[in-house]
Design a protein around this ligand. Structure first.
Ligand SMILES: Nc1ncnc2c1ncn2[C@@H]1O[C@H](COP(=O)(O)OP(=O)(O)OP(=O)(O)O)[C@@H](O)[C@H]1O
Length: 384
């Protein structure tokens, strides 16, 4: 969808901002450009909508050499979000969002209806926020309006330059989550510039790690964290890359252990004898359909009632497919040696610290070999 072919940008003062760059972004893919200040990320991005012209090389968008496309026509196909959102102060939020459709000559009612839809998509109620002026919004809300405005004409390509840079870390994480949810629905082809490796890892399907004017590594977050291509990349992603990796590695059913189980309607005395014979001290309590109800300690299983009457509610669990980091967070929060993993309400098993470690090692191994985690045999990491 976006293709750079040996692109170089040299500014008149002799600075080479981008040096012989070649890469490709597929349709619907989100690629983050990450690197230290001055390494050429913004220059790269601004060449895509022709705010900056390359010195040499070619850039194609949707198969078309953009040097041959009228810049105004080109920019209609490319949404652009910048850190200093640049909303018009004297126009309402709704009118700001409708800017591009209005420029494209849409009827006022249609442009406004579209703007309201987009505000809703970015989590701002159009009835409440549409009539406000930008100064009546928080920084995070303004940022969302910037995203809504860039999407208003439904461009296939979105360029985002430090879009969440101007807000505090908590709001930033919320905006990132919302943006990921939105991107899953709209599937734009996105180039996103950031200097924050955490953000790059969190948002990118792939990451381009920039050195001076060049891409040092262009790969999935897992591969960049697991096998940095150069010492420079290793230094940039940091010594705590194992920790960062926890946020991109997901919990899979294979990672789980099966703990002792008791049934909700089982007589307590019978469950106690069975668990004692198995050598268990506690059990997970499920109903007949396999849904999780809670847990029970073997000492609490006094004869007379059913297991269900003695069950404790399970206060913490994580869905399968969640990042390992979430499971680890729950274990720390509850000082627990395991966490239940569910698919919907159905209990799949528990994740233990040992299994978490194993999942992490297998994902590093899978990336190093260029295979999926399921293809890495368990015994290959058992001694690691
Ligand atoms: N108009 C210009 N004239 C001369 N040099 C420029 C110009 N614009 C940018 N540069 C230089 O080109 C290099 C790359 O700049 P660019 O803005 O692309 O970096 P960046 O990676 O986006 O940095 P940041 O994260 O600080 O925004 C820098 O050394 C910068 O000083």
């Amino acid at each position: 969808m976006i293709r750079f072919e040996q692109v170089t940008k040299r500014y008149p003062d002799g600075t080479t901002a981008v040096d012989d760059l070649s890469f490709e972004v597929s349709e619907g893919e989100l690629v983050t450009l990450v690197g230290p200040s001055g390494c050429g990320k913004t220059t790269t991005m601004m060449m895509v909508n022709r705010l900056i012209e390359p010195t040499s090389g070619r850039i194609l968008v949707g198969g078309e050499d953009i040097a041959t496309v009228d810049p105004v026509r080109l920019r209609r196909r490319i949404g652009y979000v910048i850190q200093q959102v640049g909303l018009f102060p004297h126009r309402t939020v709704l009118d700001n969002t409708a800017t591009v459709p209005a420029l494209l000559g849409w009827k006022r009612a249609k442009a406004r209806a579209r703007a309201a839809e987009l505000l809703d998509l970015v989590g701002l109620d159009p009835k409440t926020y549409g009539p406000r002026y930008p100064e009546q919004l928080s920084g995070g809300q303004r940022q969302r309006v910037g995203v809504a405005r860039a999407l208003a004409a439904d461009p296939p390509v979105l360029l985002m330059d430090e879009p969440f840079g101007a807000v505090d870390p908590v709001v930033r994480e919320q905006l990132q989550d919302e943006f990921l949810r939105m991107q899953a629905a709209v599937r734009k082809t996105v180039l996103l510039v950031t200097h924050d490796i955490e953000e790059a890892v969190r948002l990118g399907d792939r990451i381009a790690v920039y050195g001076q004017g060049r891409i040092e590594q262009f790969d999935t977050p897992g591969a960049v964290l697991g096998s940095p291509a150069t010492p420079y990349v290793a230094g940039f992603v940091g010594a705590d890359r194992g920790l960062k990796r926890l946020s991109v590695t997901t919990i899979e059913p294979d990672d789980l252990e099966q703990p002792p189980v008791a049934r909700l309607d089982e007589p307590a005395g019978q469950a106690r004898e069975r668990l004692r014979a198995e050598g268990a001290r506690w059990a997970v309590v499920l109903d007949r359909g396999g849904d999780l109800h809670g847990w029970v300690g073997i000492e609490e299983l006094v004869a007379g009632g059913t297991v269900g009457e003695l069950t404790h509610r399970m206060t913490a669990w994580v869905p399968v497919g969640a990042p390992l980091k979430q499971a680890f967070g729950v274990m720390l929060q509850y000082d627990a040696g395991w966490v239940a993993v569910l698919e919907g309400a159905r209990f799949l098993g528990v994740l233990t610290p040992a299994k978490l470690h194993e999942a992490l090692r297998r994902s590093v191994d899978a990336d190093a070999r260029g295979v999926t985690r399921g293809q890495v045999p368990f015994d290959s990491v058992a001694d690691a």
